[in-house]
Design a protein around this ligand. Structure first.
Ligand code: FES
Length: 641
C-alpha cells in the first residue's frame, strides 16, 4: 500500500496514512477533531478543510461554494488521499485543547485482523457424478435403480449407495429425459473405518443430462440478533456472495431467555421456528439474486448458532435449557432435509447444524473455535465472542474450558435506546472534542446515522470517561456544562447526533439506562474470563494471545475497550480480531466435511463451566461494576482526566 504524509494545521500534527484513505478517517484515527455531524455522508457540510499544499481526489462537491473551492476548500469526508498533503482545519483555533499525541496514537491501537489459520481442503459434503448407464435391452433388463447402481460401482467406484423413495419415484423419467445421460448428486457420509476411508453415498437427486452450473452450498450463522449467510462455490472454494438480516425472532424477545419463554407459549415454538426460517429464506433469495445462481445449485446448508437458536431452528423443545441442570434436547442431530424445516430449497438439499457443548455454549462457539484454530495450537489462548450472550473459551490444544457469561446484547446494540447492529448507518467511530464536548462521528459506509453499534458504544464511553463527561459509576458528571447533556426520559443523556443531522429525524442519545446496561455487560464479560482463567490456573499475563470475535463495525479499538474494563490490560500486540468466527467456521465446514467432523471432536473436548454456580463469579462481577474496575491496579495503562 502506498503511503502519504498528511500535515494538519494549525495543530501541526503530521501523520502517515494510506493513499486512497478519506481525510476524515485519517483525522479521526489521528485524534484530530474536525466537525463532522452526518457520519461522513457529505450532507452536513461541516467537515470543511482547506488543502494548503498538495491535492486530493474529490468525490462530491455540492456542499462547497465555487469561490471556496477555488481557495482549496474541500469536504474531508469526500476527499481521498492521492499523495502528501497539508491540510488546514479552519474552525480550529490555535492553542485549543487537542488530544495528546500519545493518546491519539493509542486511538489507533486496533486489534489486528485475523484470518482463520485453518486451511480447508476442497472436500465438500456432496459430489456429482456424470454417468451413462447402458440402455435396457431384453438381455439386460435390470431395474432402473439397479442399473444405475451397477454403473456407479463399475464405472465410477461409487458404492455403497442409498436412495430415498422420492428419488426412486422420479428415477424412470429422469434417466430417460436425456437418453440415459444423467448427473447423480450425492450426500457423502464418512464412516469411521480403521483401515480405509469409507463413505456412504446418499443419492439426493438424479438430474437429466450434464449439470454445468457450479455446485453451491450455504454457510449460515444464526445469531440471536442477526442472521448471516454466504453462498459458496464448493468446487472453486470461493464465497460468491454474503447477506445478512436481523433475526426476525427479535419481535418475540431480545435474548435467549425471553425466546425460550416465548417458545413455551401456545404455538410459540412453531412461530419462532417459522420466523427464523423466514429470515433464512430471505437471505437465500438475496444471495441467489446477487449471484444469478439457481436454487437447484444449492446442495446443503451448514448452520452455526447458539444452543437456543439451534433448538428453535430445529423446533426442539427448549424448556429444559433454562432449568437446572440445563439439559439440551440434543447436541447434534445429523443431516436434516432442508424442506422439512420450511427452507425454500429443493428436496435434495440438506442441513447440518454444528454441535453444541452445553445449554449456553453452542455450535456458534464450536464453529468459532474451529475457525480460530486454538484446537490445534499450543499457545495459551483466550477466545472472547462478544455477541448477544458473551461466550468465552480459554486454553489450547487438549485443554479447552468454556463458559457463557449472560452479558446480554448491549455490545450488539441490543437493549439500548439507539443501539443497532453493525450495519450501514451505524455510528462506529466517535471522537469527542475535549474542549467543546462536540462529537465527530463516522458511520458504517458513511450513510446518514441511524443508531450506534458496538464499536461506537465502546468508543464513546471510553472517551467520555477519559475527558470527564462520565464518572466511574457510568453516570454523567453534573459539573460538565454542555447542551449535549440533558435530562431525558431515562435519566440524563448525551446527544450523539442531533435530529436534523441523521436519518432518524430524532436525537440519537446515550442514556444513563443504556450506560448501566453496558456496565453490566462488560462486568459479566470481565468476570466470566477471570473465573475461567482461574479454573485453568493462569492469569491474564500468562496468555499468549486473545482472539476477539463479535459483530463490531470494524476492528475493535483495544485501548477504548481496555479503558472501560472490558478487555484485560495486557500488551496490545497479543490481541487479534477474527470478526464473525461462527460464520467463518461454517464456511470451513461447507468446504471441507472433515472439518465439520473435527467440530464434533472439538465440542466433545471442551469442558463447560456453569458460572452461575461459581461463587467467585458474582464477587468478580460486583467488583467490575465500575469503570474500568474497582481495583485500578488491574488496569495500569488507563489514565483518567
Ligand atoms: S459533510 Fe462531511 S461529515 Fe458531514
Amino acid at each position: 500500500m502506498e503511503k502519504a504524509r498528511i500535515r494538519f494545521l494549525p495543530d501541526d500534527i503530521t501523520v502517515e496514512a494510506e493513499v486512497g484513505q478519506l481525510l476524515l478517517d485519517v483525522a479521526l484515527e489521528a485524534g484530530i477533531f474536525i466537525p463532522a455531524a452526518c457520519g461522513g455522508s457529505g450532507a452536513c457540510g461541516q467537515c470543511k478543510v482547506r488543502v494548503a499544499e498538495g491535492s486530493v481526489e474529490i468525490l462530491q462537491i455540492e456542499k462547497i461554494r465555487a469561490e471556496a473551492r477555488a481557495e482549496g476548500y474541500v469536504l474531508a469526508c469526500q476527499s481521498r488521499l492521492t499523495g502528501d498533503v497539508v491540510v488546514e482545519i479552519p474552525k480550529a483555533k490555535l492553542g485549543r485543547k487537542v488530544i495528546p499525541r500519545d493518546e491519539a496514537q493509542r486511538m489507533r491501537a486496533t486489534a489486528k485482523p485475523m484470518e482463520s489459520p485453518v486451511i480447508p481442503e476442497i472436500n465438500p459434503m456432496t459430489i456429482r457424478v456424470l454417468m451413462e448407464p447402458p440402455v435396457p435391452t431384453p438381455e439386460d433388463n435390470l431395474s432402473d435403480y439397479e442399473r444405475v447402481l451397477r454403473t456407479l460401482k463399475t464405472d465410477h467406484d461409487v458404492f455403497p449407495v442409498t436412495a430415498s423413495l422420492d428419488v426412486l419415484r422420479d428415477l424412470p423419467q429422469n434417466v430417460r429425459k436425456e437418453n440415459w445421460t444423467v448427473t447423480a448428486c450425492f450426500e457423502l457420509e464418512d464412516v469411521p473405518c480403521p483401515d480405509r476411508d469409507a463413505k456412504i453415498y446418499r443419492l439426493g437427486r438424479m438430474a437429466p443430462g450434464h449439470l454445468h452450473e457450479p455446485a453451491t452450498a450455504l454457510a449460515v450463522d444464526i445469531g440471536t440478533t442477526s442472521l448471516w449467510g454466504e453462498l459458496v462455490d464448493i468446487d472453486a472454494g470461493t464465497v460468491l456472495a454474503r447477506a445478512s438480516r436481523y433475526n426476525p425472532q427479535i419481535s418475540m424477545g431480545d435474548d435467549v431467555i425471553s425466546r425460550i419463554v416465548f417458545a413455551l407459549k401456545k404455538d410459540g415454538l412453531e412461530k419462532l421456528q417459522r420466523h427464523v426460517v423466514r429470515g433464512l429464506n430471505e437471505i437465500i433469495d438475496e444471495l441467489l439474486q446477487k449471484t444469478g445462481m439457481s436454487r437447484e445449485s444449492i446442495g446443503y446448508l451448514v448452520a452455526a448458532g447458539n444452543t437456543v437458536m439451534t433448538h428453535l431452528l430445529l423446533a426442539l423443545y427448549p424448556k429444559f435449557l433454562r432449568e437446572a441442570p440445563y439439559v439440551p434436547a440434543a447436541q447434534y442431530v445429523g443431516s436434516v432435509p432442508a424442506v422439512s424445516l420450511g427452507l425454500n430449497l429443493l428436496p435434495h438439499a440438506f442441513v447440518k447444524v454444528f454441535p453444541g457443548v452445553a445449554s449456553y455454549v453452542g455450535g456458534d462457539i464450536v464453529s468459532g473455535v474451529l475457525a480460530n484454530g486454538m484446537w490445534d495450537s499450543d499457545e495459551m489462548t483466550l477466545f472472547i465472542d462478544i455477541g448477544t450472550n458473551g461466550e468465552i473459551v480459554a486454553g489450547k490444544r487438549d485443554l479447552m474450558m468454556t463458559a457463557s457469561c449472560s452479558a446480554g446484547p448491549a455490545f450488539e446494540g441490543g437493549g439500548l435506546e439507539y443501539g443497532m447492529r453493525a450495519a450501514p448507518g451505524a455510528i462506529e467511530s466517535i471522537l469527542i472534542d475535549p474542549e467543546t464536548y462536540e462529537p465527530m462521528i463516522k458511520t458504517i459506509e458513511s450513510k446518514p446515522a441511524m443508531g450506534i453499534c458496538g464499536s461506537g458504544i465502546i468508543n464513546v464511553i471510553s472517551q467520555m470517561l477519559t475527558i470527564g463527561i462520565l464518572n466511574q459509576n457510568a453516570k454523567y458528571n453534573e459539573n460538565v456544562s454542555t447542551d449535549r447533556i440533558r435530562a431525558g426520559r431515562s435519566g440524563r443523556e448525551y446527544i450523539i447526533s442531533r435530529a436534523e443531522e441523521n436519518a432518524l429525524n430524532q436525537d440519537i442519545v446515550l442514556t444513563e439506562v443504556d450506560l448501566d446496561n453496558i456496565l453490566r455487560a462488560k462486568a459479566a464479560m470481565f468476570s466470566g474470563y477471570t473465573c475461567l482463567l482461574d479454573k485453568i490456573g493462569v492469569d491474564v499475563h500468562s496468555l499468549d494471545r486473545v482472539i476477539i470475535a463479535g459483530a463490531f463495525g470494524s476492528f475493535i479499538n483495544l485501548d477504548y475497550a481496555v479503558t472501560i474494563g472490558l478487555l484485560p490490560d495486557i500488551p496490545r500486540e497479543k490481541f487479534s480480531f477474527i470478526g464473525n468466527s461462527s460464520l467463518k467456521g461454517a464456511r470451513l465446514a461447507v468446504l471441507d466435511r472433515k472439518l465439520f467432523e473435527k467440530s464434533r471432536e472439538i465440542a466433545r473436548a471442551m469442558t463447560n463451566v456453569e458460572l452461575s454456580e461459581d461463587p467467585s463469579y458474582m464477587d468478580n462481577f460486583m467488583a467490575a461494576l465500575f469503570l474500568p474496575h474497582t481495583r485500578a491496579e488491574l488496569f495500569p495503562s488507563v489514565r483518567l482526566g
